[in-house]
Design a protein around this ligand. Structure first.
Ligand code: IPD
Ligand code: CA
Ligand code: CA
Length: 257
């Protein structure tokens, strides 16, 4: 199945690459920060048409078109373009993210970093790869030497779940913090040991389904801010190597008001 998922993620990526820095329609969703372009929709349409044709009984959770519920134990969880703000502004950091769950457990995940042409993939129990390279989280346990990555929800101005205080707390105790603008890519960089850890609040299932499995199959841990195992529906995400994980939890807790 994963080869088929890779194929369709590549095709979606081609639509996105062709549309990059061209004229495309942009609409607002909840506010002026929350965009959707016609390319997001085209990418999603391609993926959904494929599923409807090849796996008509499978359910779907997709960012732009919502939920299609059928009787099957399989659910496809799709972000057709993760990093829409980057895409809309001509910044070449965005991805296609497709995860498949069977009986509520993710069994396969693919994140395609479109402009780097890098296909991240994992199957439950079989490790994670980028092309033929096996991925491993890094071993750093020292926050002072860490480079972390994060993102902000579209309602960040309301400072949901003390997101701003937590950001400041990490700024003060790490080497550097990055904000790339695609949660799926952020987590893949944790999986391959580039970043030591990632945290963010109020992500959606389509942002994390594939990348969570990729991190876990690379030896990483994904929890909420209390250290409880995350699900794709969790509202807090901490994904990191196992050594720095308890230290990141401390920072997240210390900062609670
Ligand atoms: C967004 C990106 C971003 C994250 C936001 C997401 P979208 O997804 O993953 O990095 O900070 O929380 O909503 O809207 O570009 O698919
Ligand atoms: Ca997303
Ligand atoms: Ca998206």
């Amino acid at each position: 199945m994963i080869n088929k998922v890779i194929e369709i993620a590549k095709e979606a990526g081609e639509i996105i690459r062709e549309g990059f820095r061209k004229n495309f329609l942009i609409e607002y969703k909840t506010n002026a920060s929350n965009l959707v372009t016609e390319i997001d929709k085209k990418s999603e349409e391609l993926i959904i048409n494929y599923i409807r044709k090849e796996y008509p009984s499978h359910s779907i959770i997709a960012e732009e078109s919502g939920i299609q519920k059928f009787s099957s134990e399989y659910v496809w969880v799709i972000d057709p373009l993760d990093g829409t703000t980057n895409f809309a502004h001509g910044l070449p950091i965005f991805s296609v993210s497709i995860g498949i769950q069977k009986n509520n457990e993710t069994i396969c995940g693919v994140v395609y970093d479109v402009m780097r042409n890098a296909m991240y993939q994992a199957e439950l129990g079989s490790g994670a790869y980028c092309e033929n390279r096996r991925l491993h989280v890094n071993n750093n346990e020292d926050l002072e030497k860490s480079v972390l990555v994060t993102g902000f929800p579209y309602n960040i101005k309301e400072n949901p779940d003390y997101a701003i205080e937590r950001f400041i707390a990490f700024l003060k105790c790490t080497r550097a913090i990055r904000r790339l603008g695609s949660a799926a890519i952020d987590m893949c960089y944790v999986a391959e040991g580039v970043f030591d850890g990632f945290w963010e609040v109020f992500l959606n299932p389509w942002d994390v389904c594939a990348a969570k499995l990729i991190v876990e199959e690379s030896g990483g841990i994904v929890t909420d801010f209390n250290g409880n195992k995350a699900t794709i529906f969790s509202k807090q995400f901490l994904a990191s190597n196992p050594k720095i994980h308890p230290k990141m939890l401390e920072v997240l807790k210390l900062n609670e008001r």
